[in-house]
Design a binder for this molecule. Structure first.
Ligand code: ADP
Ligand code: GLC
Length: 462
């Protein structure tokens, strides 16, 4: 069975956050199970790929042509879809993002039409299950929610014009959301199966606190919703082979980790005293970084130091930059995406701080544990499903900065060496999650779902 992953990011070709890690590594795990998996990605500026032909597709009711490229990553085929709209400095953050990714979805739907399963990820590919439904619903579709907070909303008129879909797709049972068309909603309503990236988040999004206004819809479609915990690429994230580290190590011999800790302190201008807390994160509201800033003075009084690698909202970047200047030798901030420094922080910090408002899965806590660095994290979403409180890290409840500070104080009283070793012995590989995805695909390929339903009947799935 051939599965086509359709997504806006895939490591190492295009990465902003964890979506890239998942799309870049799960297909490889699936191929190890005997499935054929390939990735469909916009041909962004700077991606080197072989031009293998052109593709014709419909957008806004007009035939268009785009370039088709091909690249290989560890034996997995990546198909690149070319259009001038993707030739920009960044992946996202433009006023016409919805149009850009609707076009991408139209191209990918056309290019992947021979696949047994179309597996679309997040709102950028949310149009794909809708197009499959409009074509008769025979092609099986899976939609994965990585983050419900980003929904891809646009005005109904242009949405209909660009997609070429009949107007009834904009009914309340279809894509309509508070007067807009929502691509996230399209994926949820029209895919045969909906997954999200941890069992806890699958439950949380059914509630008003985490549902982003879609909790009612998700409750209605709960029968086809499943939480599958993300894995990480354990051959890439491996402290015993990691080329980015000054010294390598394993749970059997932690002396290399001691060297990595010393090297990180030298690199950041810290002395060798006290506990170094690390942050590797997108700097956006979701991630709760304002709380880290709030507790800075008491944290430093406890003898802790802080190293932060992140990029995102300019106001947060400025605050961390100022803190780095004010508390030189105790706070270190580096902005931008820096793969090598991220690895050195995972290896060299004494704990990783993760205080988000919500976290669908989160990968940094798993990477940190694999590197023997216990996470101190709020007990939400995938953090709750991957960290064993007091054993592999510290979990805390409550969204106040005082809760975070109390958790750090608790961490300082715990046996840190025991936690390091326990975290390193956890299995966060894709081996088991990949089996769960294979089961979802298997159910679809044997079921007749979609074959008997009326085309163009929004909301009447299964
Ligand atoms: P999210 O996808 O919400 O950003 P995740 O925890 O799922 O959060 O994944 C974050 C991924 O991005 C991890 O691989 C992490 O190492 C990486 N990352 C985040 N910020 C940076 C950065 N500034 N430099 C390098 N890698 C980063
Ligand atoms: C999203 C979520 C994050 C998750 C990642 C990969 O970016 O915010 O929690 O780990 O997707 O699924």
């Amino acid at each position: 069975m051939r599965v086509a992953f359709i997504a806006a990011e895939a490591f190492p070709l295009a990465k902003v956050g964890g979506l890239a890690d998942v799309v870049g590594s799960l297909p490889l795990a699936l191929t190890k199970l005997g499935l054929e998996a390939e990735i469909y990605l916009p041909w962004y500026q700077g991606i080197e790929a072989k031009h293998i032909g052109d593709i014709e597709y419909l957008f806004a009711g007009q035939p268009e042509a785009g370039a088709l490229g091909e690249a290989w990553h560890r034996g997995v085929r990546v198909v690149l879809l070319g259009h001038p709209d993707f030739q920009r400095e960044r992946l996202y953050g433009y006023p016409d993002d919805v149009a850009r990714f609707m076009r991408f979805s139209c191209m990918a739907y056309q290019a992947a039409s021979g696949a047994g399963i179309l597996h679309a990820h997040d709102w950028h590919a949310g149009l794909v299950p809708v197009l499959a439904h409009a074509a008769g619903g025979r092609q099986k579709t899976v939609f994965t929610i990585h983050n419900l907070a980003y929904q891809g909303r646009w005005n109904p008129g242009e949405f209909l014009a660009w997609s070429g879909l009949p107007a009834h797709y904009l009914q309340l049972e279809g894509l309509e959301y508070r007067g807009d068309a929502s691509l996230m909603k399209g994926g949820i309503v029209y895919a045969h199966r909906v997954t999200t990236v941890s069992p806890s988040y699958a439950r949380e999004i059914l509630t008003p606190e985490f549902g982003e206004g879609l909790e009612g819809l998700l409750q209605k479609h709960q029968h086809k919703l499943r939480g599958i915990l993300n894995g990480i690429d354990t051959s890439y994230w491996d402290p015993s082979t990691d080329p980015h580290l000054p010294s390598r190590y394993s749970a059997n011999d932690l002396s290399g980790k001691t060297a990595c800790r010393a090297a990180l302190r030298t690199e950041t201008g810290f002395n060798q005293e006290g506990v170094v807390l690390g942050v590797v994160s997108r700097l956006v509201e979701q991630k709760g970084m304002d709380q880290v800033l709030e507790i800075l003075p008491p944290l430093l009084r406890l003898g802790c130091k802080l190293v932060v690698l992140g990029s995102g909202e300019p106001a947060l970047e400025d605050s961390f930059r100022l803190a780095g200047e004010k508390y030189q030798g105790q706070v270190f901030f580096r902005s931008g995406h820096n793969e090598a420094l991220a690895h050195r922080i995972y290896a060299g910090a004494d704990a990783l701080l993760i205080p988000p408002a919500f976290e669908p899965c989160g990968l940094t806590q798993m990477i940190a544990m694999r590197y023997g660095t216990p996470p101190i994290a709020r007990a939400v979403g995938g953090l709750k499903d991957t960290i064993r409180d007091g054993v592999t890290g510290v979990l805390y409840s409550g969204g106040q900065s005082a809760n975070l500070l109390a958790a750090i104080e608790r961490f300082l009283r715990l046996d840190q060496q025991a936690m390091r070793l326990a975290g390193m012995r956890e299995n966060f590989s894709w081996e088991y999650p990949a089996l769960e995805y294979a089961a979802v695909y298997g159910e679809l390929s044997t079921s007749r779902v979609g074959l008997t339903e009326e085309p163009n009947s929004p909301g009447q799935r299964e």
